[in-house]
Design a protein around this ligand. Structure first.
Ligand SMILES: [Zn+2]
Ligand SMILES: [Zn+2]
Length: 176
């Protein structure tokens, strides 16, 4: 918590960045990042037995695909963990908290306010922005975060690209 980016107990609360993850939460992210590698290796073993691929190929494919999956899993885990923090007082809440038990912030609707110029996002309707313009409610994006959707799409394109390159290499190998 950085006291300098709060205006004061009586002023509006600007939306702040989430607190850094605790050691336990970081461990959870690391597990989410690493587990897909051995899991995809296990899943690839029967495929390798059918296609006659060697252990080196299985390990390489597990590192590439499991690594990509791990990156996506770690990203989603960080996003989920941060979404459990109250954006106003940074209290960590259970998965289903509707209202923050510490400061009373509405965790379900997560209202935000900003002036027409969008100088800063505020978490409560304090009337006026620091620039003197009137604050208005900011429409809240519902459902899965836009960044998560973007990351998943990027991952799908990367995967398609890698599979395409692998097929191309195999075709070139046969041609030689
Ligand atoms: Zn709170
Ligand atoms: Zn303003």
């Amino acid at each position: 918590m950085q006291p300098d980016d709060r205006i004061g107990p009586d002023g509006p609360s600007p939306a702040t960045r989430a607190d850094p993850l605790t050691a336990d939460e970081r461990r959870l992210v690391a597990v989410a990042a690493v587990v897909p590698v051995p899991v995809s290796a296990l899943l690839l073993v029967p495929v390798a037995l059918v296609t006659g691929a060697g252990p080196a190929q299985v390990v390489a494919a597990a590192v590439v695909y499991g690594g990509l999956l791990g990156l996506a899993a770690a990203f989603v885990t960080v996003d989920r963990l941060q979404s459990r923090q109250c954006p106003r007082c940074h209290e960590r809440n259970g998965r289903r908290a509707v209202v923050c038990p510490v400061c009373g912030y509405d965790l379900e609707q997560r209202p935000r306010f900003a002036c027409d110029e969008r100088h800063a996002a505020y978490l409560d309707d304090a009337g006026l922005c620091a620039c003197g313009r009137r604050l208005k409610p900011v429409p809240v994006a519902r459902g899965i975060g836009a960044q998560v959707v973007f990351a998943v799409k990027l991952g799908a394109w990367l995967l398609a690209f890698l599979v395409g390159v692998a097929v191309l290499l195999r075709l070139l190998e046969r041609g030689l």
